[in-house]
Design a protein around this ligand. Structure first.
Ligand code: HEM
Length: 191
């Protein structure tokens, strides 16, 4: 129990850090986008890494909490868009979504994360467990979303793209076997 409380506090640190530095930010809305967006995607990567780390250290019991924090930061990111950026204007939201396709990719991934957060409750999780594979769709969309939101790709976006290809390739290998994987992906991920 103590470990869970400690993890809860650690996962709140990016939020506390954001509040602390918000006043000194030159463009607070952009600052919130960057902080909440990068924290959400980083925690999503952590949540997806936990099953692969199982052989070394089994932290799977913390996956739900990490996942809920992914949703928390993605929700703050969405609130920043809807409340501070769009000032609650639906027409602004529609216009931005039509003008910038990366925004509706963000919306689709946010819908997936919301669905996963709502159905992660122990009592109903079993009924929806299969649907939680949608997380792989979310990581693909979020990676494209974050990359398209930039004018020029930096090392950070290349890292997201690399990690995303790694997860998808591993999943395809697990799902369809080594032959399929070798035929299509061996040149991309040499393992
Ligand atoms: C609710 C739907 C979403 C909307 C409306 C949205 C909106 C935006 C906008 C407008 C930007 C550009 C900010 C700027 O540089 O001016 C952005 C960037 C970004 N978003 Fe989203 N987003 C959504 C969902 C998500 C989700 C679910 C994630 C992650 C799990 C995410 C992660 C990111 C990241 C990493 C960036 C790049 C931040 C940077 O500049 O380094 N977004 N988003």
């Amino acid at each position: 129990m103590k470990k869970k409380i400690l993890l809860f506090l650690v996962l709140l640190l990016p939020f506390a850090n954001m509040l602390l530095h918000l006043q000194s930010a030159i463009d607070p809305i952009k600052y919130i986008y960057i902080q909440t967006g990068t924290t959400a995607i980083s925690l999503l990567i952590v949540a997806l890494l936990l099953p692969w780390l199982k052989r070394v250290v089994n932290l799977l019991r913390y996956r739900r909490m990490v996942g809920l924090f992914v949703f928390f930061y993605a929700f703050l990111h969405f609130l920043n868009f809807f409340v501070l950026d769009a000032e609650l204007s639906i027409s602004f939201v529609i216009k931005q979504t039509l003008d910038k396709p990366f925004i509706y990719l963000g919306m689709i991934s946010f819908s997936i994360l919301t669905f996963m957060a709502v159905t992660s409750k122990k009592s109903i999780f079993r009924r929806f467990a299969k649907w939680h594979q949608l997380v792989y769709g979310a990581i693909v969309l979020v990676t494209i979303h974050a990359s398209m939101s930039q004018k020029v790709l930096s090392i950070v976006e290349y890292f997201y793209i690399f990690i995303m290809i790694f997860f998808i390739a591993r999943k395809l290998k697990e799902r369809f076997g080594f032959r399929f994987f070798k035929r299509y992906f061996s040149t991309l991920v040499p393992f």
